[in-house]
Design a protein around this ligand. Structure first.
Ligand SMILES: [Mn+2]
Length: 339
């Protein structure tokens, strides 16, 4: 090109290379299995159901397998009734590719699912938004978005497959993980995606009513009990729910979803916690932070994980002992990080 000035070529719009790999896998295969984490909530189910609808629209076979049941308030999402448990596998179940969604590691899908995925020897596509993701897939599409469902939206856009049902599922994922655009992870992209999804026909109000306004009597009684019995000390607020309390209030473990968020609304609280006694001598601890303290580091210390502002872990031991142990560790860390 001597003597001539090279004309600059216009920049080619950059498509995410990992997204391209996923698209190739989708195009080259016919049968897909999808799964997500234990105790599936809006982002997990919204992601899985949206991806299944996308695959079906492309003429592919897609099955969602989950170890735990779909919570009542998420059954409005299209396709939720078709989700299978690993115990009821269809005959000749032989997916060519596994999608594992919204899971920082494969264990999050539960033991039975993890075993099934690994035993199949098929490629795993790991789509997740947790920063501590272990990159356990052959393809790892891990990006820091408010909700994993936004990564499914990226895929839908790249494949040019979207309809009101797909949009509603993805929208539910964003609402769930931002707690209706209130959590600190709510950013411009989450709002832009939400707006774009509404333009694609997402039924925003249906999502809000199902996620927030279908509380059970047990849940409201549990909320009342928790507010009356909450312990408040400096910048901590917490409550401990024994199995006896659940029984007395006629409440189930699914009734606790918003309790810890409510404890965090107290002015001056930096960390809110909920201790929940499970079967088999274990305690589930849920953490919520406000104002920058990273609760996922505390959860990780006890073998759990999650996001900076919302995390959890399960600890073996008696309720009061676990409560004391976690609070001591938390106080130590809070003291070391005065705002
Ligand atoms: Mn998520």
């Amino acid at each position: 090109m001597r003597g001539k000035r090279a004309t600059p070529t216009p920049p080619v719009p950059q498509r995410d290379a990992v997204l391209e790999e996923i698209i190739d896998l989708i195009k080259e295969n016919e049968r897909f299995a999808l799964t997500t984490h234990l105790s599936p909530e809006g982002d997990a189910l919204g992601s899985a159901l949206a991806l299944r609808l996308i695959l079906r629209r492309l003429g592919k076979e897609a099955l969602i397998l989950l170890q735990d049941a779909v919570p009542q308030n998420l059954r409005f999402l299209k396709g939720a009734e078709g989700i299978r448990s690993p115990k009821s596998l269809p005959e000749q179940f032989d997916p060519e590719v596994w999608f594992v969604l919204d899971c920082a590691n494969l264990e999050r899908a539960g033991e039975a699912l993890a075993r099934l995925v690994l035993r199949s020897g098929r490629p795993i596509v790991n789509i997740d938004h947790h920063l501590d993701n272990s990159n356990f897939g052959q393809v790892n599409y891990v990006r820091q978005t408010a909700a994993a469902a936004q990564l499914i939206f990226e895929l839908a856009r790249a494949l040019e497959v979207i309809d009101p049902e797909i949009a509603t599922s993805i929208y539910a994922g964003i609402v769930a993980d931002t707690d209706a655009f209130r959590n600190a992870n709510t950013d411009a992209l989450a709002l832009r995606d939400a707006a774009a999804l509404m333009e694609h026909g997402a039924r925003a109000n249906e999502v809000i009513v199902n996620l927030y306004e279908r509380r059970t009597p047990g849940e409201l009684r549990l909320l009342g009990w928790t507010l009356l019995h909450a312990q408040i000390e400096d910048s901590l607020a917490w409550a401990a729910l024994s199995r006896q309390t659940f029984a007395e209030l006629g409440a189930s473990h699914q009734d606790t979803e918003h309790l810890v968020d409510t404890l965090r609304t107290l002015d001056g609280v930096r960390v809110a916690l909920l201790f929940k006694e499970l079967d088999g001598g274990r305690v589930k601890v849920s953490f919520r932070a406000k104002g920058g303290f990273k609760v996922n580091e505390v959860a990780r210390h006890f073998g759990g994980g999650g996001h900076e502002q919302a995390a959890g872990c399960v600890i073996s031991g008696e309720l009061a002992r676990v409560e004391g142990m976690v609070l001591a560790e938390l106080r130590r860390r809070l003291d070391a990080s005065q705002p």
